[in-house]
Design a protein around this ligand. Structure first.
Ligand SMILES: Cc1cc2nc3c(=O)[nH]c(=O)nc-3n(C[C@H](O)[C@H](O)[C@H](O)COP(=O)(O)OP(=O)(O)OC[C@H]3O[C@@H](n4cnc5c(N)ncnc54)[C@H](O)[C@@H]3O)c2cc1C
Length: 397
């Protein structure tokens, strides 16, 4: 196993870094670690649209995809390099990543017409997609989803509700999972639909997270007609599409780690520069010890994530390994947030707006935001169940 980049990959990495230097304002703190404030704050959303345009102009959206659909047929490693640099620097990337993940699914399961219709607009940065999986009674137990799709003439008619739909209020399209056959085993009667969110019968209600950001929505489908040509894969074959989507989402663990590295570096710098009781915080043995512990964990997580990427480039199965990185990433960021708020003391509880805030309220924000990181993209328990069954060969619980 050799994680070193080739000369060409190193050159690409530098090109991406230069691009980001030029793109970001000088005092850029970064979007929040899971990218959610980009979907809640109008100003950030506008910047996200600008980022999309600039990445598209470089030909960097759908880098790996075939040229005939707007891609560059670049290596998987180049895609990883691009993502890692964007996320580490806190460039808005959540909406793009959802669109690219959906594009990968369309490439895998779609018809030729669907590929021609849906992939080029993603590479041009023109459309936002949402992940339409969760419902009030279908989260970890996704197969329990109840949103109903009934065949009628040349359409399927959708009725029901989704929840926790990140960015739904900005999204154009949904990759949505619905029940098409209620009379078979739960995971056998599900179909995936590509749904135009401007269709009649769709309404939304925004949900505010405890960070104060209304980044996601409940979405209601009331007699929404979806043309049959928008079925992704085969009717009642949605479970395979869902498994593919869920497996891709597990790469979120490395996302968290790469983003956490930046916050960690800020905290270390703060400890270098800030004095308490007449000596730098960084000389306090307890603080040094706990910072070192986080450094170890981030390094372990990063190496594990890099191993998973390397395995992916070799075409090896990665589900069990990716499910190791996801819970690790969430837990490390929670521990980082706890440590950060403790080191900053009472200053660490202040919002960015306060003149007394340190690190522009970043640690307080991370503390609140990181609570979701062991839930979104599949809970830690769900990931560990996969490690136990797929990785260790243990029977299902
Ligand atoms: C910030 C954020 C963004 C999200 N964005 C989206 C999105 O864009 N699209 C989308 O579709 N969904 C989204 N989700 C939803 C997310 O996928 C679900 O929250 C997640 O899958 C968990 O489902 P649940 O909330 O229903 O919890 P539940 O599945 O009800 O779990 C509750 C608790 O029980 C535990 N549990 C459940 N089953 C088991 C089991 N078999 N073994 C052990 N423990 C178990 C869980 O680990 C958890 O601790 C988002 C969630 C968050 C927090």
């Amino acid at each position: 196993m050799d994680f070193r980049l080739t000369e060409e990959e190193e050159a690409f990495k530098r090109e991406v870094q230069d691009f980001i230097d030029e793109l970001l304002p000088k005092d850029w703190m970064g979007v929040d670690p899971d990218g959610h404030n980009e979907q809640a704050d109008e100003e950030l959303h506008q910047f996200e649209l600008e980022v999309r345009r600039r990445l598209a102009a470089r030909g960097w959206l759908g880098l790996q995809w075939p040229k005939k659909y707007g891609g560059q047929e670049a290596s998987m490693m180049k895609q990883f390099i691009l993502e890692q640099e964007l996320i580490y620097r806190g460039v808005p990337y959540w909406a793009l990543s959802a669109a690219l993940m959906t594009g990968d699914m369309i490439l895998q399961f779609g018809t030729e017409e669907q590929k021609q219709k849906f992939l080029p607009p993603i590479t041009r940065g023109e459309v936002q997609w949402l992940v339409g999986m969760s419902e009030p009674n279908a989260g970890s137990d996704l197969a329990n989803l109840q949103l109903r799709a009934v065949e009628q003439d040349d359409c399927f008619v959708l009725n029901g509700q989704k929840t926790w739909q990140t960015g739904a209020h900005y999204a154009d399209w949904a990759a949505l999972y619905a029940r098409t056959d209620p009379n078979v085993k739960k995971n056998k009667g599900i179909t995936t639909f590509l749904v135009d969110l401007k269709s009649d019968g769709i309404s939304m209600r925004r949900i505010t997270q405890m960070t104060g950001h209304p980044a996601f929505c409940e979405v209601f489908y009331d007699n929404v007609r979806v043309p049959k040509e928008n079925v992704l894969g085969v009717v009642n074959g949605g479970w395979s599409v869902a498994l593919y989507g869920v497996a891709t989402e597990k790469s979120f663990g490395l996302w968290l780690i790469n983003s956490g590295r930046r916050d960690f570096e800020m905290l270390v710098q703060y400890c270098r520069e800030t004095e308490a009781g007449g000596r730098p915080l960084g000389k306090d043995p307890l603080i040094r010890n706990r910072l070192a512990q986080i450094a170890i964990e981030l390094e372990v997580g990063r190496n594990l994530g890099t191993k998973v990427q390397w395995m992916a480039t070799k075409g090896m199965p990665i589900v069990a390994q990716a499910c190791q990185v996801k819970p690790l990433g969430g837990c490390i960021l929670q521990r980082l947030a706890h440590l950060g708020t403790q080191i900053l003391g009472l200053y660490g509880q202040l919002d960015e707006e306060s003149k007394w805030a340190r690190l522009r309220g970043r640690m307080k924000y991370l503390y609140l935001a990181s609570a979701a990181m062991t839930i979104e993209g599949g809970t830690n328990e769900a990931s560990k169940n996969t490690v136990a069954t797929v990785g260790l060969g243990l029977p299902r619980g």
